[in-house]
Design a protein around this ligand. Structure first.
Ligand code: SAH
Length: 265
């Protein structure tokens, strides 16, 4: 029996790997390039959060390498090695990740593994959860004169490390917080300890960009209690506006209902 990989089905000696952003779930939020890669793929290794609607767009063989909570069936090195082995066998491989692969997607490790193996690798960007949440709210992530800094942060670090949320939050910031739902009381306490006003608006969007989308708007103080029945996947948008005296500008207030009807053109 030969130990060599089977002949490449498409006539190229090496396959290639595309780290593709699946977006938040709705198929029409994929980029055209993502759709092309999915249609051309021989095999798709996907995360648990990728929606069935997106997976239905590819004729390729699909392998769920998602990490179920508490299970360790697919540790990162194992994912790296099966993805590389498929590419070395000449297959067009899509590594499909929810949202944007470059945002909390452990893409670094997979790119490095591909480079070490000499396999061509590319990133196809996707719509990250923060952008999908802004769309769900019809409220921009940044608001002129209010929040002019957008920070994408995770509340979950490697085991034994704590996220430095305090270093990310100051006046003028919209903090988009990923992977925070399991430690909301600690997040609330950490952010209040920065001196942020208790009244900072917190918007929590669960399953943004899908039919099951849910939105909760609350204040920073009390957010953990208010969100007790919200579950993952969900993202927090926490806004600490600049003090008005400093900017001299009025709130853009695009999230506030218009006081008078818009003039008819
Ligand atoms: N690469 C992804 C993030 C992966 S980390 C992206 O760019 O969106 C996983 C975290 O992303 C989840 O814990 C949650 O905080 C967030 N997330 C992913 N999909 C989401 C969705 N549809 N709605 C809200 N949050 C989501």
């Amino acid at each position: 029996m030969s130990l060599l990989p089977p002949d490449p089905p498409h006539g190229h000696p090496l396959g290639r790997i595309a780290l593709v952003g699946a977006g938040p779930g709705a198929a029409d939020l994929l980029t055209t390039r993502a759709l092309n890669r999915l249609r051309e793929a021989d095999v798709v290794f996907h995360d648990r959060l990728v929606s069935p609607e997106v997976l239905a767009l590819t004729p390729a063989r699909k392998v769920d390498v998602g990490k179920a909570v508490g299970a360790n069936l697919w540790p990162q090195p194992r994912i790296n090695s099966v993805v590389i082995a498929a590419a070395l066998a000449g297959l067009r491989v899509v590594r499909l990740k929810s949202g944007d692969p470059s945002v909390f997607g452990r893409a670094c490790e997979e790119i490095e593994a591909a480079r070490l193996a000499g396999v061509p690798v590319e990133i196809v960007p996707g719509i990250t959860a923060a952008s999908a949440a802004a769309a769900a709210l019809t409220r921009p992530l940044t608001e002129r004169g209010q929040t002019e800094r957008l920070v994408l942060a995770t509340a979950t670090c490697r085991p034994g490390e704590t996220a430095d949320l305090a270093g990310s939050f100051r006046p003028g910031t919209t903090l988009a917080l990923y992977m925070a739902m399991h430690r909301l009381p600690a997040v609330e306490a950490e952010l209040l300890a920065t001196g942020a006003p208790e009244t900072c608006t917190v918007e929590i969007v669960q399953q943004a960009g899908t039919a099951a989308e849910r939105i909760l708007t609350t204040a920073l103080r009390g957010m953990a209690a208010a969100a007790a029945d919200m579950t993952n996947p969900a993202i927090l948008l926490i806004r600490w506006p600049v003090p008005q005296a400093r900017t001299g500008t009025r709130p853009t207030g695009c999230h506030v209902a218009a006081a008078s009807p818009l003039p008819l053109l």
